[in-house]
Ligand binder design. Structure first.
Ligand code: 2HG
Ligand code: ZN
Length: 462
């Protein structure tokens, strides 16, 4: 440990665990984007809130940038440390602190994995309903920092809806205890909501009190094959009208191709151009009949060409895998990712325009579409050709993102639906937020992080 700043940090926070091995710097310095070369100063792994405060105070005094770090499963570069920052990993702070059956809340340290929250809630006969494929590795702190969405937003909303309170360490090392689990609290600014989706630029979430709910009703999973893209929103309406949807997800034949190559099982004899996987409440004959009615109405209209309904939990998991494994199956192709949203009512017009735009803009690249179509959220992954240099590839994709951002502005959508802005979409923030809004955000940042040490360079430049 040759850097004198680290010797000083150890003196200031003697109990702090610190990692400086090159393999650790690489491991903790990057997220799932893999675009930047990790180069942090060191990795601090505090074990208590007091240690987090002490590290932040030290960093503030010495002008050292701090990158808060959870499971680093992010896709926007929000947890990347490529400029000599101190990574502050919440990995050791991963305990359940309290369960309150009357309030139906679970209080956890921020480093706990989403899946551990699911399991603990289930052990108490309740559910934490936010869910997505990275559940085993992502942390609640990271979920809060990006207002993570996922596959059940259509029924349960984003992370924001489930945060009853949180403790946050600001850029001055102050500990704020926000909302304290209250359902009604009309006492001024709700700083809790300011922290959610702030990507570690306003404070470090150290604890969160999560709302729990009743376990999801018995459900069925159905996979539908669609003949064309144009009918997608009609199929959605037909199902939404008749059923209580838990999820409504879409993907293309290209996505299926990659997932099958990755080991999933082929669902239909024939390949079809588009697919939907939907989950809906189905505990009795009335609900089952409604599901059949939705399916038959779509078949009769020619909107659906084939379908399969899960007959067991194992089959439901198999169908879900076709959708959930897409990110992992595409990862070897170093995809350039877009994660965009518009209001559901604007979706048909936006989809048509985007299809035309991308058809022209990406004629030589393989483009994989999928996403949470029932939330107006589309994921567009562009795969890097093997023989193309990464910088050249990203450069070309970014030109297209500029066009996509202009289209989103026109349709009043967002350049980041659920992955955050981070480094990846920083250059496009103005397409979603007005100059006045960004100026207010900068002002808020100055109050909560006056030295500008918290995740600098992410979201926007100060
Ligand atoms: C998903 O919906 C995630 O599976 C990841 O948000 C999306 O890999 C992506 O682009
Ligand atoms: Zn998603």
């Amino acid at each position: 440990m040759t850097d004198p700043r680290l010797t000083d940090l150890v003196q200031a926070v003697p109990a702090l665990r610190l990692k400086t091995e090159p393999s650790d710097l690489e491991h903790y310095g990057r997220d799932w984007t893999r675009r930047w070369t990790p180069a942090p100063l060191a990795i601090a792994l505090p074990g208590t809130v007091e240690e987090v405060q002490a590290v932040v105070r030290w960093a503030s005094q010495h002008g050292v940038a701090v990158v808060p770090s959870g499971g680093r499963t992010g896709l926007s570069g929000g947890a990347v440390a490529a400029n000599g920052e101190l990574v502050l990993s919440l990995e050791r702070m991963n305990r359940v602190l309290d369960f309150n059956a009357v309030d139906r809340t679970l209080t956890v340290q921020a480093g706990i994995a989403l899946e551990a929250v699911h399991n603990t809630a289930r052990d108490h006969g309740l559910a934490y309903p936010v869910d997505f494929a990275s559940r085993g590795s992502c942390s609640i702190g990271g979920n809060i920092a990006t207002n993570a969405g996922g596959i059940r937003v259509i029924r349960y909303g984003n992370t924001r809806e489930w945060i009853a309170g949180m403790k946050v360490v600001t850029g001055t090392g102050e500990l704020l205890d926000l909302n304290r689990g209250l359902i009604k609290n009309s006492s001024g600014y709700d700083l809790r909501h300011l922290m959610i989706a702030s990507e570690g630029t306003l404070g470090i979430v150290v604890e969160a009190s999560l709302r729990l709910t009743d376990p999801a009703p018995a459900s069925n999973v159905m996979l539908l094959a669609l003949p064309s893209f144009e009918v997608l929103m009609q199929v959605f309406s037909a199902f939404r009208e008749r059923l209580q949807l838990q999820a409504f997800e879409f993907f293309t034949d290209r996505a299926l191709h990659h997932v099958l190559a990755h080991g999933a099982q082929k669902p239909f004899e024939e390949m079809h151009p588009y697919y939907v996987v939907t989950e809906f409440a189905s505990g009795d004959e009335v609900q089952e009949a409604a599901a059949m009615a939705a399916f038959e109405a779509c078949m009769d209209s020619g909107w659906v060409s084939d379908g399969v309904v899960s007959q067991s939990d194992a089959q439901a998991a198999q169908l879900w895998r076709l959708r959930e494994a897409i990110t992992e199956a595409l990862a070897p192709y170093k995809p350039y990712k877009n994660d965009v949203s518009v209001r559901i009512s604007a979706m048909p017009a936006f989809l048509e325009e985007t299809q035309q735009l991308l058809g022209k803009a990406y004629p030589h690249f393989e483009v994989v579409w999928f996403g949470h179509i029932g939330d107006g959220n589309l994921h567009i992954n562009v795969l890097k050709p093997d023989d193309m240099d990464n910088a050249e590839f990203v450069g070309q994709c970014e030109q297209v993102t500029t066009l996509l951002a202009a289209s989103l502005q026109k349709h009043e959508g967002s350049i980041s639906a659920e992955h955050g802005i981070g480094l990846v979409k920083k250059g496009y923030l103005e397409s979603t937020r007005s100059a006045a809004e960004i100026e207010v955000m900068r002002g808020i940042k100055r109050v909560l992080d006056p030295q500008g040490i918290l995740n600098p360079g992410k979201l926007f430049d100060v």
